[in-house]
Design a protein around this ligand. Structure first.
Ligand code: BGC
Length: 721
């Protein structure tokens, strides 16, 4: 009997669903009153003008009432070059904005404060250029290494995204400009992005794919959101009743406007009712050919006039648009001017680049290089003098300057060392090495004390791999994870010629480096580091900057090891892709299924050594605080990103081995020790229970793990909740 009672109590306890505090956007009654007053004065035709594009990057205004057009601009890491009203690149030179490191690099800093500074640069430059909405940040989950747009996004981990995105949005919006969080939702591949239907469990949706967007809306207060091109559970995302009406506008009380991605609306009635507020696109790509014939233009007008759609549906959209306009001083107010391409903004670009660079490997402390001792350096690889800013599709930027690694190194050692350059490979449509270029590189490496090879992915300009050999670019995924242009053979030959070879990898994600990784002494991952990248990389190579970036994704040894390819589906058939790997994305898969990655999520070395000690846990209700001490026991000042993972010892559903639930970037002088305190709110221990359709805390034992990466756990302690 006693046993039965205990069992009942346990079962009951398991189903205790903790009180859910509703996380929502707040209404602003003062702004709403102004919106209502203006709405009353608008004719139906004027309202319709406001809900669709009237040029490639603007939507219609109503001058008679002082309602301006909305001017949007890409993108996530710099204000895009001017396109005039109809997609013609303007070459007047006034659009040379700051090229910040890409989203993936920003996230590699694991420093939310930098997210704010990054956003503030974008907001300020957008304002100076007369833009109202900056089309970023992009935060889709890195589900597969092949996604051509991973460089624009942040991570495989929803918690890291949530923390990084809030600062970015606040930074933009504190400048009085709107951020536009994109692409909602599950735009995790570019192949067939226009129509592919994504199927996933409710648990995967809630635990992996929604949290970043929720944080952006609820904590970041994003004014606008862009729907994704693809479908989700059968309906296009941009007017997916469940995603837009129920979750975004319902559960999260999103007050802002939902715009379509360019040309992502394919019907009038479904889209009007499904929650899209603003149809954007170009007339060129649109079946209607003219802006007046967009789905949300004449066809929408006719539908309301015929009574098929109620005018109140349009009113809700116009309300949202006006709300954003009042919030960002577009109506009856003046804006501060903003600033453009300033030295201060370049400083932010450099700081982000410095903190984003990840030291993956440093055998025998071959790095940092010594400026005083080194007399000859061979710089090898086309990426050493290739500019990246104008690459990647819609996120391209045209900066005033971009420092390449070759320029950075030459400037740094101008008076102390000789630098030779060998191209090593051609960015061309071929995978085989070029024997002549390899021989030149080997000769250069032999003659130098140190060789630095710059390789990895290249940032392509056009929307097609084969038109300019692009790999990290919009509209297409990478064909595989192999190193392009014969780089395997090149790097191997250079290392054989000079064991003091450092490999610097560019790009929006991992490559299969198994052919030469074992014999490489040092490897750096630099993403696309922005206009100051060449200086930042040089400073890390020579130790003026102590690297502190950490991987925001798991680096698999082979493509087949990554969960979308092993357990799930990619790229699906011509209609559907099923996310069968479920919540086991990234390290959640590698750790749970004991697959050894090349480099683990959260990995990144420093020129210093950090010592973790004395973990203590305390509890207040179901909120846990972890305290431990962190010391810099090396000789250089530096920063460590301490990561806290939670493991549910026993659960009624299969849960990942561990999940990131807190982190902090801690800067320490040599010899300095700090007490680090990380908070774990009750939500940190929950999973999404599909039976009750709620987040659930199952009482029991949890392990709190503190580490320098998901694979390098330094301290652990358990606690019962
Ligand atoms: C991209 C969006 C971008 C838009 C406008 C689309 O092709 O998917 O991210 O903001 O174009 O350039």
């Amino acid at each position: 009997m006693k046993r039965k009672n205990t069992l009942n109590a346990f079962i009951l306890a398991c189903f205790v669903i903790s009180v859910q505090v509703k996380a929502q956007q707040k209404n602003d009654p003062a702004i709403d009153a102004k919106v209502e007053a203006l709405l009353k004065q608008l004719s139906l035709e004027e309202k319709i003008t406001m809900i669709h594009g009237n040029s490639s990057f603007t939507s219609g205004g109503v001058p008679r009432l002082g309602i301006p057009e909305i001017t949007t601009s890409d993108g996530p890491h710099g204000v895009r070059p001017e396109h005039g009203r109809d997609w013609v690149l303007d070459n007047n030179g006034k659009d040379s904005s700051t090229y910040l490191p890409v989203g993936l690099s920003l996230a590699s800093t694991w420093n939310p404060a930098l997210g704010y500074q990054f956003g503030a640069v974008l907001g300020s430059e957008a304002k100076w250029r007369g833009k109202d909405i900056i089309l970023g940040p992009g935060i889709n989950i890195l589900r597969t290494p092949l996604n051509g747009r991973n460089f624009e996004y942040m991570s495989e981990d929803p918690f890291l995204i949530s923390k990084m995105v809030v600062g970015y949005i606040k930074g933009v919006q504190d400048q009085g400009i709107s951020a536009c969080i994109k692409h909602y939702l599950a735009n995790n591949q570019e192949i067939r992005r226009d129509g592919i239907n994504v199927e996933m469990s409710e648990r995967a949706l809630r635990e992996i794919y929604l949290p970043g967007f929720k944080a952006a809306v609820v904590e970041g207060g994003a004014n606008t959101l862009m729907g994704a091109y693809n479908r989700f559970r059968g309906e296009y995302c941009t007017y997916n009743d469940y995603l837009i009406n129920k979750i975004l506008k319902g559960e999260w009380n999103f007050q802002g406007l939902v715009m379509s991605d360019w040309g992502a609306i394919h019907s009038t009635k479904e889209a009007l009712l499904g929650g899209a507020d603003l149809e954007m696109g170009t007339d060129i790509g649109h079946p209607a050919k003219t802006f007046n014939e967009f789905y949300f233009a004449t066809p929408a007008l006719q539908m309301v006039k015929s009574g098929e759609v109620k005018e109140s549906v349009i009113d809700d959209k116009v309300r949202r648009i006006l709300r954003v306009m009042f919030k960002t001083n577009m109506i009856a107010a003046t804006r501060t001017p903003g600033a453009f391409s300033t030295t201060e903004h370049a400083v932010v670009a450099k700081k982000v680049a410095e903190e984003a660079i990840i030291l993956l490997k440093n055998k025998a402390n071959v790095l940092p290089l010594s400026k005083s001792n080194l007399k000859t350096i061979a710089v090898i690889g086309a990426n050493a003098n290739r500019k990246n800013a104008m690459g990647g599709g819609s996120s391209q930027v045209r900066p005033r300057y971009e420092v390449t690694p070759l320029e950075g190194i030459r400037a740094c050692v101008a008076n102390t060392a000789g630098v030779t350059f060998a191209q090593g490979y051609t960015v061309a449509r071929k995978w085989k090495p070029d024997p002549k270029l390899v021989t030149e590189a080997v000769e250069a490496a032999k003659k130098a004390e140190v060789a630095v090879v710059f390789g990895g992915w290249v940032h392509g300009y056009n929307y097609s791999i084969w038109s300019d050999n692009a790999y990290d670019a919009e509209g297409i995924d990478k064909p595989n994870m192999n190193m392009p242009f014969g780089q395997d053979e090149l790097i191997s030959a250079v290392i054989d010629a000079n064991p003091n070879t450092i490999v610097v990898l560019f790009g929006g994600g991992p490559l299969d480096i198994t052919k030469w990784e074992g014999k490489a002494k040092a490897i750096l991952q630099v993403g696309y580091p922005g206009q100051e990248g060449g200086h930042a990389i040089t400073e890390v190579l020579f130790g003026d900057v102590n690297p502190s970036g950490k991987l925001t994704f798991t680096w698999p040894q082979k493509l087949e090891d990554s969960p979308a390819h092993k357990l799930g589906e990619y790229p699906g058939d011509s209609l559907n892709v099923h996310y069968k790997e479920d919540v086991f994305v990234g390290y959640r898969y590698f750790d749970t299924y004991k697959v050894k990655p090349q480099f683990a999520f959260g990995h990144g070395l420093s020129y210093s050594t950090f010592d973790y000690k004395d973990i203590r846990l305390s509890k207040s209700g179901n909120e846990v605080t972890a305290t431990f001490s962190l010391s810099n026991i090396g000789t250089k000042a530096g920063a460590e990103v301490v990561q806290l993972y939670v493991k549910d010892i026993k659960a009624s559903v299969k849960r990942p081995e561990k999940e990131l639930k807190a982190f902090e970037k801690v800067f320490l002088e040599p010899g300095e020790t700090r007490q680090v305190k990380l908070n774990l709110p009750e939500d940190s221990f929950k999973f999404f229970d599909e039976k009750s359709n709620q987040w659930k805390l199952e009482p029991g034992k949890f392990e709190v793990l503190v580490g320098a990466s998901s694979a390098d756990i330094k301290l652990k302690k358990s606690i019962s909740l």
